[in-house]
Design a protein around this ligand. Structure first.
Ligand code: UT7
Length: 332
């Protein structure tokens, strides 16, 4: 008898406010044409002031709980992934816990940016397989719109990112056909400065200062081309490692859900892997890059659209700040 991890429920929540490329044209020197050609993004959603990442996470969690047909009091552990917590500390895990009205359970925050969902899935998988917990809420959410540089200097980043949340419920399945088959995690900390938010920083005294705002060091920054080149190399490598581990070929894969970083990246990853484009789940045109939340949002949308059928093989892959990257294989 072996315990396997099953995703028993999914949910996502996107804040209602839509921000189009044309809206951004009014803020800095960019164009709808450039953004669509270079990224595939048409619009993204922004949370209103007063709405934090934990609020989006909470809404996505409620939907996943409903979809799993469980009572929230059955949740034994929460794992939350984000790069944009409501506060410098504590993380959003405890806030989601409080919003759900749950007490006496653990809440863990994962800091792995775009790979956050896959890292969190890997952690949850171990807890379920070892019998530690029987119902885990894994939620990933971001509010990034509140800290982007909406000037010409920050336009490369400002056009990419959006807000949203996605969640899953994980449970044990005894000798279940449906399960997480594997997770593979990788990182390379030599590239910290290629995609980072330098400040606030514990290295500086004080941790927060007006200079950080004046010098724009408080905004996320990226060497876009360098990140792009690494993303299209590392995501296929992570998928190949996963396929080899599971004795699968690319023909066995029914759906590829890449982290929605840039549609050109997703299409290039698909080409390298030799997977037909219709098997690639892509929603970046409507949501932009929602970092840790992008994979669970795309998974939930694909399920709601009826694209994913029982028994399908789903491969997830992500790459981002750290650098961190990884893959997961799920038999649905
Ligand atoms: O999710 C985490 C991981 N993140 C990613 O994976 C993102 C990876 N990188 C990218 O997606 C792309 O590198 C970007 C979308 C950020 C940029 O696209 P690119 O094709 O790599 O453009 P580039 O940085 O090479 O810039 C090309 C030109 C530059 O002008 P010059 O120097 O050729 O005159 C930029 O200044 O495009 C200019 N540019 C813009 N123009 C209009 C950069 N951003 C913009 C903009 N609107 N928003």
């Amino acid at each position: 008898m072996s315990i396997k991890t099953v995703i028993s429920g999914t949910g996502h929540f996107i804040p209602p406010k839509i921000v189009t490329n044309f809206d951004l044209e009014k803020l800095f020197n960019t164009s709808d044409k450039w953004i669509q050609q270079r990224t595939g993004i048409k619009e993204r959603h922004y949370a209103e002031p007063g709405t934090g990442t934990s609020d989006l996470a909470y809404q996505a969690s409620l939907k996943a709980i409903k979809s799993a047909e469980i009572d929230k009091t059955e949740i034994e552990f929460i794992i939350a992934a984000t790069l944009s917590p409501d506060h410098y500390f504590p993380g959003i895990g405890v806030q989601v816990q409080a919003k759900l009205g749950l007490s006496n359970i653990g809440a863990l925050d994962i800091r792995n940016q775009c790979s956050g969902f896959i890292y969190a899935l890997s952690v949850a998988d171990q807890y379920i397989k070892t019998g530690t917990y029987k119902k885990i809420l894994l939620v990933a959410a971001e509010v990034q719109s509140s800290n982007l540089d909406y000037s010409d200097k920050g336009r490369d980043m400002a056009v990419l990112f959006g807000d949203g949340g996605g969640a899953v419920i994980l449970e044990p399945g005894i000798d279940s056909d449906r399960s997480i088959l594997s997770t593979h995690l990788f990182s390379d900390g030599n590239n910290v400065k290629k995609l980072w938010m330098e400040t606030p920083s514990s290295k500086e005294k004080p941790t927060f200062s007006y200079d950080m705002i004046d010098s724009k060091r408080c905004y996320p920054k990226m060497n876009g081309r360098y990140v792009f080149i690494n993303a299209v190399e590392k995501m296929p490598e992570a998928v190949w490692a996963a396929l080899k581990h599971n004795n699968l070929t690319i023909d066995d894969v029914d759906h590829l859900i890449p982290h929605q970083a840039n549609d050109r990246i997703s299409l290039m990853v698909a080409k390298k892997l030799g997977i037909p484009v219709p098997k690639v789940i892509r929603n970046i045109s409507r949501f932009g890059n929602t970092t840790a939340a992008s994979i669970p949002i795309a998974l939930d949308e694909a399920l709601l659209e009826g694209r994913i059928k029982k028994g399908d093989i789903i491969v997830l892959t992500a790459f981002g700040s750290g650098f961190t990257w990884g893959s997961a294989v799920i038999r649905w």
